[in-house]
Design a binder for this molecule. Structure first.
Ligand code: G4P
Length: 526
């Protein structure tokens, strides 16, 4: 096997997603602990690690103390190279998370055992389903009084619309939580609430053995046997191919805070989760083991160094090997570029690297050359797809509040939109600019950054909109008629595509009914 292929097969690039507070940060911390990237679990408070490990980079975040940014943590574990892409917990930054999901090969979903599936998890799962991303589920906080595990499995299936297969099973829960039976490894992991120590497990192939009573008592032993019998009867054996297609999700139970059940999850993960997968470009499918380097920008991060107004463009390497100081082609600009200080993200640090392989994420210092979605190659003209924009949820007119700084404002808006901070629509009727975001906080971020980075001042004015939908049709006449009739509500996005700004759900459904040849899309990729 070639060196390149070996490197690629070692890699696991994934994101952990959850509803805020389910335990994503705690789980990330424990995974870093196993990788030796940090040394004492629990000693680092979760929100502290959020800051040091991920996102101390933007000043606004320091002020607000919430994770605005998405970043990467790489570490080695059992001869594998793990890249965890962190995603912002705050729902106002969901768009960042959606984009991050385009750069991962699989996903771990964390669910709180007491709360079950929450709103944000459901939304993120929809994105995974669209992309057929393989998903594993970790049911966390088993040390708390949670819900019945069978009930939780039903809810996972129903709410996340995916089949599930438990690979571990909890023995009681809450105060009397005794541990889990690891179905995958056939061993019994007994629980001692201890944040510093890694779980010890006892090989236990045959749960009908009377030894089980010795470990967990008569009542729980009987219950466990009954549960496992039910599981084997109801849930099909885990078929790894089906998991890789994103059709079935293995489920583990544990307590991230107590470092319980995490190693089991990680060990199974490195075994079955996919190494970098082929990625579709418009021209062809690109395979990771191809020799020539290709990659795309999925995230642009501003102001990592407060002393310089530079950005970092995050590149997912799709194929081959990236080398420092080599000439690569920036396809959109049709220009060769050389990068003398690419960074890799190991543990909590970023450091300059000489090479990186398909599956890795590298950071390239950027002074405005990159947009989200840009492709870099060793020379071939390729365009990676799959970075959709989602219809925003909130809209405001953006107005210039300092007439002397109109140019700065324009430049600032353009660059922030290229970074993917929000979406810009220009109303074709009155020429006014509308900014669409996922949440209120982004308006504040934009205003703050326009002022601090571009010296421009903006003012927001309300606009009542329900949704922005991209429209297209093969029926030219109907499309023209629609655009004429709805002229007041027609806008273009920054690529010049037609967007219909519907001011209510009713208006939208009437439009859909009356113009049956027009397709109304809620993502910009169709
Ligand atoms: P998030 O990134 O998904 O938002 O969640 P995070 O890991 O920050 O965890 C949210 C809260 O849940 C934290 O408590 C964390 O300690 C707690 N937690 C995580 N895993 C478990 C678990 O297995 N069992 C129990 N009982 N609690 C867990 P906090 O009080 O909000 O923060 P902190 O002061 O402990 O940092």
């Amino acid at each position: 096997m070639s060196e390149l292929k070996k490197e690629i097969l070692k890699r696991r690039t994934f994101a952990i997603i959850s509803h805020p507070d389910a335990g994503k940060t705690t789980l990330t911390e424990k995974l870093l602990l196993f990788g030796g990237a940090i040394h004492v679990a629990g000693a680092v408070k979760s929100n502290k690690i959020k800051k040091t490990a991920t996102s101390d980079w933007m000043e606004i975040e320091k002020q607000r103390g919430i994770s605005v940014a998405t970043s990467v943590m790489g570490f080695e574990y059992n001869d594998h190279k793990i890249n965890i892409l962190d995603t912002p917990g705050h729902q106002d930054f969901a768009e960042d998370t959606y984009r991050t999901l385009t750069a991962v090969d699989s996903v771990i979903i964390v669910v709180d055992s007491a709360k079950g599936v929450e709103m944000q998890t459901r939304k993120l799962m929809e994105v995974c389903r669209m992309r057929r991303t393989p998903v594993m589920i970790f049911v966390n906080k088993m040390d708390r009084d949670g819900r019945d595990p069978f009930e939780l499995l039903d809810e996972l299936e129903e709410e996340l619309k995916i089949n599930v297969r438990p690979l571990s099973w909890p023995i009681d829960r809450g105060q009397s939580f005794k541990g889990v039976y690891n179905i995958y490894e056939e061993c019994l992991d007994l629980y001692t609430p201890n944040k510093q120590k890694v779980t010890e497990s006892i090989a236990f192939k045959d749960i009908s053995s009377p030894d089980l009573e010795g470990h967990i008592g008569n009542k729980l032993a009987a219950k466990l046997r009954e549960d496992i019998e039910l599981i084997e009867g109801v849930y099909p054996e885990l078929d790894i191919e089906t998991y890789l297609k994103g059709e079935i999700a293995p489920v583990f139970f544990g307590s991230a805070l107590n470092n319980f059940g995490v190693k089991e999850l990680l060990d199974c993960f490195i075994e079955i989760a996919p190494s970098p997968r082929p990625i579709e470009a418009i021209e062809r499918v690109v395979r990771p083991e191809e020799n020539a380097f290709t990659g795309f920008i999925f995230k642009i991060h501003a102001n990592m160094d407060p002393n310089h107004r530079s950005c970092i463009a995050f590149v997912k390497i799709c194929s081959g090997k990236f080398e420092r100081n080599m000439n690569y082609k920036h396809i959109r600009l049709n220009r060769l570029m050389k990068f003398s200080s690419p960074t890799a993200f190991m543990a909590q640090k970023k450091e300059t690297v000489d090479e990186a392989f398909a599956g890795d994420i590298i950071g390239l210092p950027d002074t405005g050359n990159f947009k989200i979605g840009d492709t870099l190659t060793a020379g071939e003209d390729l365009h990676f797809k799959g970075l959709p924009s989602f219809s925003p949820e909130m809209f405001k007119y953006i107005e210039n509040a300092d007439p002397m700084k109109a140019k700065q404002l324009q430049k600032g808006i353009d660059q922030l939109m290229d970074e993917g901070v929000a979406q810009l629509f220009v109303n074709q009727f009155n020429g006014r600019k509308i900014i669409g975001t996922v949440g209120q906080l982004q308006f504040e971020v934009i205003q703050y950054r326009l002022l601090h980075e571009y010296g421009a001042q903006c003012r927001w004015e309300p606009i009542s909109l329900y949704k922005a939908c991209w429209i297209e049709s093969d029926n030219y006449e109907q499309l023209q008629d629609f655009k004429k009739r709805k002229a007041q509500y027609m806008a273009v996005d920054k690529e010049g595509r037609d967007v219909f700004l519907a001011d209510s759900g009713y208006v939208l459904s009437m439009a859909q009914q009356d113009y049956s040849d027009i397709k109304f899309h809620f993502t910009s990729e169709f």
